[in-house]
Design a binder for this molecule. Structure first.
Ligand code: UTP
Length: 471
């Protein structure tokens, strides 16, 4: 019987206190050994040992936040001067995009466990009228931006080993939603094992698989680097990429004012923020922490800080992070030189495994890195506030807030406002909400002004309505 776990690997497994994996391999049926051996060989055992020491055995506490204040953000323009500044920034941003200096990065490597949808989250059919998927929405927006700016705007889609094959297959089956297939690159992020919460031993999902999960959206940086994408961007004269999340269909991708502000500040990484609507809202907050811009995850923000109010009675730490960033390619190169320079976080979760397929209590520790942890390392950074109603309606949960229902409501409200701006009468119910579901394809209009230029008051809304490209 061939033994393809080398003596060196067996020694390293033992040193990393993961001897049980060699025992499991030896006891495995030969049909299971191929995949199991691959999973075991794929582990970064030194890293696993370090993470287990820090987060399982020592249970490292979250770092003390120290002095924390709201960020010096660029507000939603309210005064003529602010509006003028926004117009100037947008003009710079548009020029930059037209010059072919921007790439787009769609984060779609997550597991979507809260939504409970079977398949890549991007395949979720969220469109209330057409049933279009999140992937289709984003791809149509990319097509519209390319047409508007006459720019290549190459798209990188971050997947994970758990959804990569299915994601590529769904783009393939949809003809890449009309995008040139050579302009879309799939990049697979890495994985990290889930370990038993009490012992730190790597969990085994099935006889031929370890319990591996994506290494967090911070894995994006290493994935882009390892796939040669950062070098390809540089070779194409691209200096900056815009990252956005698959589960937020409203996001104004390549927002030109955001780009303009980022450029003007010579920033290496910048953020969009929305005003938190309640202290307990489950979004991270962007803040100045010890004098540097950073993000505190909601799980690490003490209630006392989350609830603190300023003299006007507004939340002091108001800047909700919507995980939409501009990142300089050179900064991403620096962060990944000789390995990923981001801190790890732990999450205690229920992870089914061979000895307990349905754990009653959280039994495992998972490890992740977060893209926003790069912020404190940026030489300069800008935070720009955007209205929630135009930019943020994520689909995280199956029901309630941040769910398909809330996203449908927010989409209806936004598109109703655009239609009314174009002079179209939108029937509303007694609560003032649009009486029918509405969808506007990004290829028809990316914003209210564009819609008003394309259609007029002759459009009648008689029931659920989806407006698509004309002609
Ligand atoms: P979330 O962590 O909010 O969502 O990721 P999720 O992982 O999809 O779902 P849950 O937490 O299991 O319910 C926010 C965004 O970051 C991407 C997701 O695809 C989503 O666009 N992401 C997250 C990655 O690309 N990789 C990861 O490892 C984690």
């Amino acid at each position: 019987m061939s033994d393809d776990l080398s003596p060196d690997l067996r020694r390293r497994l033992s040193d990393a206190r993961q001897q049980h994996l060699a025992d499991l391999y030896d006891a495995a049926a030969s049909a299971h050994r191929g995949a199991l051996g691959d999973d075991i060989r794929g582990l970064d055992l030194d890293l696993v040992a370090r993470l287990v020491d820090r987060f399982v055995h020592a249970d490292e506490a979250a770092a003390d936040l120290g002095e924390i204040r709201p960020p010096a953000a660029i507000p939603i323009p309210r005064t003529p001067a602010q509006r003028e500044a926004e117009r100037a920034a947008a003009a710079e941003g548009e020029r930059f995009v037209r010059d072919g200096r921007l790439a787009l990065v769609l984060l779609a490597g997550g597991q979507g466990s809260r939504l409970g949808f079977d398949g890549p989250k991007g395949d979720f059919p969220y469109g209330p009228v057409t049933g279009k998927t999140l992937f289709r929405q984003h791809a149509c927006r990319v097509a519209a931006l390319r047409a508007r700016y006459g720019a290549d705007l190459p798209l990188y889609v971050l997947t994970s080993p758990a959804n990569d094959v299915e994601t590529r297959a769904s783009w393939e089956a949809a003809g890449h939603f009309g995008l040139d297939p050579t302009s879309v690159t799939f990049v697979v992020q890495g994985t990290l094992p889930a370990v038993d919460r009490a012992t730190g031993r790597v969990l085994v999902e099935s006889p031929d698989r370890l319990a591996l999960s994506p290494d967090g959206h911070g894995g994006l940086l290493m994935a882009l680097r390892n796939a040669g994408a950062l070098d390809a961007m540089e070779a194409a004269g691209i200096t900056t990429f815009f990252t956005f999340q698959v589960d937020n269909p409203l996001i104004r991708v390549a927002n030109p004012a955001f780009i303009g502000y980022h450029l003007a500040a010579g920033a290496e990484m910048s953020n969009l923020a929305v005003r938190k609507h309640e202290p307990a809202e489950r979004v991270g907050v962007i803040a100045e922490i010890g004098g540097r811009t950073g993000v505190v995850e909601y799980t690490n923000l003490p209630d006392e800080l989350a609830e603190r109010r300023d003299a006007r009675g507004d939340l002091e730490l108001w800047a909700g992070n919507i995980a939409t960033h501009l990142v300089e390619v050179a900064f991403a190169q620096r962060l990944t030189d000789g390995g990923l320079h981001l801190p790890f976080h732990k999450a205690v979760k229920k992870v089914p495994h061979v000895d307990d397929p349905d754990p009653a209590e959280p039994n495992a520790v998972k490890f992740e890195t977060f893209i926003f942890d790069a912020l404190p390392q940026a030489r300069a950074s800008v935070t720009v506030e955007v209205p929630r109603e135009t930019d943020f309606s994520p689909i995280k949960n199956a029901h309630g807030s941040d769910s398909p229902e809330s996203c449908r409501r927010d989409g209806n409200r936004l598109y109703a406002a655009w239609l009314e701006h174009a002079g179209v009468a939108v029937p509303r119910d007694e609560a003032g909400e649009p009486a029918a579901d509405l969808e506007i394809d990004p290829r028809l209009a990316l914003d209210a002004d564009e819609l008003a230029a394309r259609i007029g008051p002759e459009v009648r809304i008689l029931g659920p309505t989806a407006l698509g490209p004309l002609g």
